[in-house]
Design a protein around this ligand. Structure first.
Ligand SMILES: N[C@@H](CCC(=O)N[C@@H](CS)C(=O)NCC(=O)O)C(=O)O
Length: 239
C-alpha cells in the first residue's frame, strides 16, 4: 500500500500545501490505492512535504514521487501526448512550481497580518495554541527567508503581484476553452495546475493575486471541474 505523508487538510480544499494537493491529485487520477498519514515537515526526509512510502521505498519531493510512480505503475495519463506537448507541459509545471508558487507563498507568510493568522491557524491547526504560536513564528522566519532567498521577497508588493498576474493570465490564455490543460483528457500537468490554483483561489488568503485569479472564469471553472472529478468531498469552490 502506498502511504502519502502530508499536512492535515483545512479550508475545504484537499490540502493547504500546493505540492501535497499535486501528489494526492495524481494518485487519484491514476486510481492508485493509497493511505494518508498527516504529519509536519520536520519529520520528512528532506524537511518538506509531501513524501511517500511504497514497498520499502521512501521518496521525497513531488517531482521525484511522480517520476517514481510513473516508473513503477506506468505513465498512463500522458501516453497520448506528443513530445512537443510533453515539453510544453514540463515548461508550465516549472513556471507554476518555481515561480507562481513563490508569489502565493508571499501572500501567506508576508502579506498582512490577517493572512498570516489564517495561514498559521490553518497549516499548524493540529498543534495546541501556545506551541502553534511558537512553531508558527519559527516557520514564518524560515519561510520568509526562503522567499527572500528565491528573490520574490526582495521585490516591492506591486511588482510581486504584477508578476503573479502575468502568470495567471498566461495560464488562463493557454487553457482557453479546453476542459483540461493539455486538451480534453486530464494529464499529469493537471495535478500541478489544480493543486496550485485551488491553493490560490479557494483559501481564506486575500490578495490581488487571488482576486485576479478569481476573475479568470475559465480557470475557476477548470478548478471546479477537477475538484468535482477528484475531490468531490471539497464541494463548491467559493462556498
Ligand atoms: N520541490 C518540493 C517542494 C515541497 C515544499 O516546498 N513543501 C512545502 C509545503 S508546500 C514544505 O514542506 N515546506 C516546509 C519548509 O520549507 O520548511 C516538492 O516538489 O515536493
Amino acid at each position: 500500500m502506498i502511504t502519502l505523508y502530508q499536512f492535515a487538510p483545512v479550508w475545504s480544499i484537499p490540502n493547504p500545501s500546493h505540492f501535497c494537493v499535486k501528489v494526492e491529485t495524481y494518485l487519484r487520477m491514476t486510481k492508485l490505492k493509497y493511505e494518508v498519514v498527516e504529519t509536519m515537515p520536520l519529520k520528512a526526509p528532506l524537511g518538506k512535504l509531501p513524501y511517500l512510502e511504497d514497498q520499502g521505498n521512501k521518496i521525497a519531493d513531488s517531482r521525484l514521487i511522480i517520476r517514481y510512480l510513473q516508473a513503477q505503475y506506468g505513465e498512463t495519463l500522458d501516453a497520448h501526448l506528443t513530445a512537443v506537448e510533453r515539453a510544453t507541459a514540463k515548461a508550465w509545471q516549472r513556471l507554476i512550481e518555481e515561480h507562481l508558487y513563490w508569489q502565493s507563498m508571499y501572500t501567506r507568510w508576508s502579506f498582512g497580518d490577517a493572512n498570516w493568522q489564517q495561514n498559521k491557524n490553518g497549516v499548524f491547526k493540529v498543534l495546541p495554541v501556545p506551541i502553534r504560536e511558537c512553531i508558527g513564528l519559527t516557520y514564518r522566519y524560515l519561510i520568509k527567508k526562503q522567499i527572500y532567498g528565491q528573490g520574490t521577497g526582495r521585490l516591492n508588493q506591486d511588482d510581486i503581484f504584477a508578476l503573479a498576474t502575468e502568470d495567471v493570465s498566461a495560464l488562463a490564455d493557454f487553457l482557453g476553452e479546453k476542459s483540461y490543460f493539455m486538451g480534453e483528457k486530464p494529464t499529469t500537468i493537471d495535478a500541478t495546475v489544480y493543486g496550485f490554483l485551488v491553493n490560490i483561489i479557494a483559501c481564506p488568503i486575500e490578495s490581488p493575486l487571488k482576486n485576479y485569479a478569481l476573475e479568470q472564469k475559465n480557470l475557476v471553472a477548470y478548478c471546479q471541474r477537477m475538484q468535482n472529478l477528484y475531490f468531490s468531498e471539497c464541494g463548491e469552490i467559493g462556498q
